[in-house]
Ligand binder design. Structure first.
Ligand SMILES: [Zn+2]
Ligand SMILES: [Zn+2]
Length: 463
């Protein structure tokens, strides 16, 4: 029977909207479990069936809102760089600084690597991230979007952990409180702009839906290799596909049937079934950071001199000074961020590496949670470095008062970066692989059938 009125033109089936959302394979990057997942409705969170890692979140407005927020962030960053940042007044001598003064002053003391890191983490990475997001989302609104959009979006994904505005603000707060006893300190408008920038970046990340952006880039034909993408997707969906021939791209999360170490046909990132040489590389980075941990705690991170007198102080010395001045909450905060977190990371990663090598089966779920904690808290150790950069820039009052950086700060900064890199080279899926290899020989057919059928994913509304 045909219910269509006779005057309606026939519509090609291919042009009709799909009757149900397209479901694609999705690998959990914490445990390696494969799922089938379609586009998520707004407010819904999809979690891994095996380890409960978040696989995706449905956003209400994944394009306009993050674009507006990213552009607001760029404006706030411009204001934060241009407006006065902080001022100090002591015995009639005063000094005012901008956001980038601290990094520049570190270079004049010969600590150019420290200055470069502070600048890159507080201005460079946030600027590049917001610019990439803004360019991709506004590019997608064009009739003929430029071809380099996937490259920009990939760059944003890579820069994400290195933009540390919120950590810097906490470092500013510690520096401000430390100086409160010593001198009259003024907070400039740039600090408020930086606070706004922190909120804008957090809101952009909350509103942005990378899956939706990648799907739209793909739908508009903006992929690195369109023909290879079609072939790789066909290979992934074919009933003959074997689980160990499928590779999930760690950048754009697409699961494809492709050869190891080839570039992802959608985003161009190199494809690896597991992160290459993960165990050896993570061990190497861990040992290197352990070696640096000794000078980081033995050497002074800064020297505060007042009226020509002052002694160098280490990280622990700084905590003791804060405690002696009665600033207990701040002392505990700095102690936790600078001493506890690096040790926790070193021990946590070592436990996970040993458990892979010993093929330990116990507490897999707990070890995966441990990995998520280690990965998330690492950046907060930068508080001390950022505090040093603020103090060095601000307290330049000649004989009256001055703060000079110490070699311990470079070593400590090295520890933080190396442990962050170690958490990124580590592959938690290897912990699950090690157990799977012990418990049962790989039964590819069974495994394929297990994930091959569309299966409901655990979803709960976001609170
Ligand atoms: Zn998982
Ligand atoms: Zn990719």
């Amino acid at each position: 029977m045909n219910f269509a009125p006779p005057h309606v033109a026939p519509v090609l089936v291919a042009h009709l909207p799909e009757p149900e959302p397209r479901r694609r394979l999705r690998e959990c990057f914490d445990c390696g479990q494969l799922h089938r997942m379609g586009p998520l409705p707004a407010g819904v969170v999809a979690r891994c069936l095996r380890c409960h890692a978040v696989l995706g979140r449905g956003r209400r407005d994944p394009f306009s809102r993050p674009l507006a927020l990213a552009l607001t962030g760029l404006l706030l960053l411009f204001l934060a760089v241009q407006l006065p940042f902080m001022g100090i007044d002591l015995y009639g001598r005063d000094n005012a600084i901008h956001l980038t003064t601290g990094a520049a002053e570190l270079e004049t003391y010969g600590f150019w690597e420290l200055g470069a890191v502070v600048f890159a983490f507080t201005v460079g990475a946030p600027f590049a991230r917001l610019l990439c997001i803004g360019a991709v989302l506004s590019g997608l609104r064009m009739a003929r979007p430029p071809r380099f959009l996937p490259l920009l979006f990939r760059l944003d994904e890579r820069l994400r952990p290195w933009a540390m505005v919120e950590v810097y603000l906490l470092g500013v707060f510690v520096a401000y409180t430390k100086l409160g006893d010593l001198a009259f300190v003024q907070v400039g408008l740039a600090v408020y702009a930086l606070g706004g920038l922190m909120l804008a970046i957090a809101a952009t990340d909350a509103a942005l839906d990378p899956d939706a952006v990648w799907d739209t880039l793909e739908a508009r034909g903006l992929v690195v290799a369109p023909e290879r993408l079609a072939a790789a997707l066909r290979a992934a969906e074919s009933p003959e596909a074997r689980v160990n021939e499928l590779i999930a791209c760690t950048c754009c999360v697409l699961v494809v049937g492709a050869a190891e170490a080839t570039p992802c046909p959608r985003c161009g990132a190199r494809l690896h079934r597991r992160k290459p040489e993960a165990v050896a590389l993570t061990w190497a980075l861990l040992v290197a950071s352990l070696v640096l941990y000794v000078p980081a705690n033995m050497l002074p991170v800064l020297t505060v001199s007042r009226l020509g007198q002052g002694a160098p102080s280490t990280i622990l010395g700084g905590v003791q000074q804060l405690a002696a001045a009665g600033m207990w909450p701040l002392a505990m905060l700095v102690f936790f961020a600078s001493i506890t977190v690096p040790v926790l990371k070193l021990i946590g990663l070592a436990i996970m590496l040993i458990s892979i090598q010993r093929r330990a089966a116990g507490r897999l779920q707990d070890r995966t949670v441990l990995f998520r904690i280690v990965d998330a808290i690492g950046r907060w150790s930068m508080i001390d470095i950022f505090m040093v950069s603020v103090l060095v820039g601000l307290v330049r009052l000649g004989f009256v008062a001055s703060v000079t950086p110490g070699a311990g700060a470079v070593a400590f900064c090295g520890v933080v970066i190396l442990t962050m890199l170690a958490a990124r080279t580590f592959d938690p899926r290897l912990m699950w692989d090690a157990v799977a290899r012990v418990q049962a020989p790989p039964r590819r057919r069974v495994a394929l059938r297990r994930w091959g059928r569309p299966k409901p994913f655990t979803a709960r509304p976001a609170s």
